[in-house]
Design a protein around this ligand. Structure first.
Ligand SMILES: [Zn+2]
Length: 421
């Protein structure tokens, strides 16, 4: 199926709109939601129901179909952040941005909807007004109104911004973003239009459609083709996740996989989850140390010179001499680390497929972990990896490149590459 209609929200009339094609002027239907929340700020289609964000009540809403008046459920996010200013759906979780001073973050809320917040990512380094979000199966496209830019954040979410594109030459009030598998859809309040911009992102504007005759305040946009949104950009990624499990991927298996059912994907995920927790090895992620006072000496003054005095601590020395523990610096480093589980491959043969290039592939180790560990991996200075089950051989490694999201339909896992130090 291709995109045959566009869903959008209008805050002038407080309605959800379904517009034919991509784009035509034919309005297929609309649904008033003003009695529920009079500031719709974003919309997403999950294949069956319509998700939308309500700013007035700080709630995520699920409206049955496309559209009925039935609100299936809603969830307040007021305890997390002000907003929401947009919404998207990845097949398992709800993505939304918050946009007030304390909440300029992208949020990942479990299900449709639960109160479990799985992840959040501060974006104030790039943008002060995140106001729209989408999910392409691999990365998170989002939009920001303070600089009127389209952003592509790696994964769901990492701190890596892959690219961004200003659209200020076209519209000076960007309000939401979506993705159809090939092109980026966005909407703008100045031009009161829906826009189709080539790729992710180029400056080529393919088409646009004015909606001013319908509603003068377009605040959200999505396509009616959930699968194209999340699977097309994933096909290239699909091979990666399977090779990570030792399965050879040919073009025909890739084609077959694009039709894999949700149940099969669940079975696959359960299998990989079990592999990671049962066969996974311990990986100690080591972060920047905390500088603390030396436990062995006290800073004292002897004559006019600062000197060390035995605290007492583990390494005895005479007062006034240099403390052997801290070598006279009076400071010492306290290690910060934590242990995660991952599937290890020593000397992985498929590293080139992941875009990794190294001088010494013999010293490479690949680690498959849960996507939720990526944020930790990115912070490491190095890692101590067990390469045998009984933790007999441990190797110290530094990270090569950034973790790469993998997974059949949702980026549930990530592969990272490490080089022996
Ligand atoms: Zn000391």
């Amino acid at each position: 199926m291709a995109v045959t209609a566009i869903l959008w929200t209008g805050a002038q009339n407080d309605k959800l709109y379904l517009q034919s094609g991509q784009f035509t002027s034919t309005l297929k239907t609309s649904q008033s939601i003003g009695a529920i929340d009079n500031a719709p700020q974003g919309i997403a289609w999950d294949g069956t129901n319509t998700l939308w964000a309500g700013f007035t009540n700080t709630r995520l809403y699920l409206t049955s179909g496309q559209f009925t008046s039935t609100i299936k459920t809603s969830e307040s996010v007021a305890a997390i952040a002000n907003g929401p200013t947009g919404i998207s759906w990845d097949g398992a979780n709800t993505l939304w941005p918050g946009a007030t001073i304390t909440s300029r973050k992208l949020y990942l809320q479990s299900g449709q909807f639960t109160s479990t917040l799985k992840d959040s990512q501060r974006v104030t380094i790039f943008e002060f007004g995140p106001n729209g979000i989408s999910w392409d199966g691999v990365n998170t496209p989002w939009s920001g109104g303070s600089f009127d830019k389209l952003y592509l954040q790696s994964g769901k979410f990492t701190s890596t911004l892959k690219t961004s594109q200003s659209i200020q030459a076209i519209d000076t009030s960007l309000s939401d973003i979506s993705w159809n598998g090939t092109d980026t859809l966005w909407c703008g309040l100045t031009g009161q239009k829906l826009y189709l911009q080539s790729g992710q992102f180029t400056s080529t504007l393919k088409t646009s459609e004015g909606i001013v005759a319908i509603d003068t305040s377009v605040t959200g946009i999505d396509t009616n083709d959930f699968n194209s949104r999340i699977t097309v950009s994933m096909n290239s990624n699909m091979g990666l996740s399977l090779t990570g499990c030792g399965i050879e991927v040919t073009p025909s298996t890739a084609a077959l996989l694009s039709r894999v059912s949700d149940t099969t994907i669940q079975i696959f995920q359960d299998g990989i989850d079990a592999l990671i927790s049962q066969l996974g090895k311990s990986i100690k992620l080591v972060y920047l140390p905390t500088i603390i006072e030396c436990p062995n000496c006290i800073n004292d003054t002897i004559g006019n010179k600062p000197a060390n005095r035995f605290r007492p601590g583990p390494m005895r020395f005479s007062d006034g001499k240099r403390c052997p523990y801290c070598r006279g610096t009076q400071k010492t480093e306290q290690e910060n680390s934590e242990i995660i589980q991952g599937l290890i491959q020593v000397k992985p043969r498929d590293y080139k497929r992941y875009g990794i290039s190294v001088q010494d592939p013999g010293g490479l180790v690949s680690v498959k972990t849960f996507m939720s560990d990526v944020i930790k991996i990115e912070r490491t200075t190095h890692a101590i990896i067990d390469i045998q089950k009984q933790s007999i051989i441990k190797i110290k490694c530094r990270k090569v490149g950034e973790p790469i999201p993998t997974g059949l339909r949702h980026s549930r896992y990530a592969v990272s590459f490490w080089q022996r130090m």
